[in-house]
Design a protein around this ligand. Structure first.
Ligand SMILES: NC(=O)c1ccc[n+]([C@@H]2O[C@H](COP(=O)([O-])OP(=O)(O)OC[C@H]3O[C@@H](n4cnc5c(N)ncnc54)[C@H](OP(=O)(O)O)[C@@H]3O)[C@@H](O)[C@H]2O)c1
Length: 247
């Protein structure tokens, strides 16, 4: 089976490529830059897309452009239909985010619109909504490392270890088109002040932790926890264990 991974060079893409490689699949990594096993293509222009898709059975769509995701997903779907063999397009697996239908954040709205495009496309699909990654929260905290305080929002999160998401994606490749599957999240829900406390302890940082209250419907939706899939989450690696492992 030949699998094309868009975004295979990204944060989630790298462990996903590793998980698929360990299953002895033929891999093609769609990237704008040349590299090992790369199919050079650009989702913003469509250049290289037809060649990248030739002979592909499954596409794992992880690429993100932050503001042009709808247009790029549409371009990918069009190219997949054009590359269909005997009228059958390849299977598309799309990574989405828990709560995209309930949180009015622009990036999430675009994800939800992309989900709807996929559902209406006639391309056989699987949609997996995932909670925030442990690494995402860590990047936000690491960016504050030199500040005299650590600032967090007054919300909880149910973050997950990226390699566990990658394993789930690999299972979904094997499963074939499954529609919208169960949301995926980590093993615990923690308030962000607790994430900050664990991060400070792992990094040897001691600072006051401040909570920033912001108005608006997006913040209200996060406070209501619409971005968390609920417990028990399928993920096993806690944030503390992830930090201990130094990742
Ligand atoms: N961060 C989270 O907590 C979280 C939670 C749930 C779901 N997700 C989703 O997980 C996915 C992966 O996120 P990530 O943080 O791993 O992404 P990332 O590290 O920012 O990587 C972005 C990827 O998109 C590719 N890309 C961007 N523009 C492209 C274009 N015009 N043509 C082709 N490829 C393009 C890049 O490939 P090249 O640069 O090699 O071309 C790169 O591999 C995203 O869809 C994100 O929404 C994230």
């Amino acid at each position: 089976m030949t699998v094309l991974i868009t975004g295979g060079t990204g944060r989630l893409g790298r462990p996903t490529v590793a998980a698929l490689r360990s299953r002895s699949l033929q891999l093609r990594i769609l990237s704008r830059r040349p590299g090992e096993d790369h199919a050079v293509a650009d989702l913003a222009t469509g250049e290289g897309l037809a060649d990248a898709l030739a002979g592909v059975d499954t596409v794992v769509h992880l690429a993100t452009s932050r503001s042009r995701d709808i247009e790029q997903t549409r371009r990918l779907l069009d190219a997949m239909r054009a590359a269909a063999v005997e009228g059958r397009p390849a299977h598309l697996i799309f990574i989405s985010i828990v709560g995209v239908d309930r949180i009015p954040f622009a990036y999430y709205r675009d994800k939800f619109a992309s989900e709807r495009l996929i559902e209406a496309s006639g391309v056989p699909f699987t949609i997996l909504r995932v909670a925030q990654f442990h690494g995402f929260v860590t990047e936000l905290l690491d960016a504050q490392r030199r500040l005299p305080v650590t600032v967090v929002l007054p919300v909880s999160a149910q973050t997950i270890h990226m390699p566990e998401v990658a394993e789930r994606l690999a299972e979904l490749v094997a499963a074939g088109p499954s529609g919208r599957v169960a949301d995926l999240g980590g093993p615990e829900q923690l308030i962000l002040t607790e994430y900050a406390r664990q991060w400070q302890s792992a990094r040897g940082v001691r600072r006051p932790i401040w909570t920033l209250h912001l108005p608006g419907r997006t913040m209200a939706a996060f406070r209501a926890g619409h971005h968390m899939p609920g417990l028990p989450g399928a993920g096993r690696v806690t944030y503390a264990r992830y930090l201990e492992a130094g990742r």
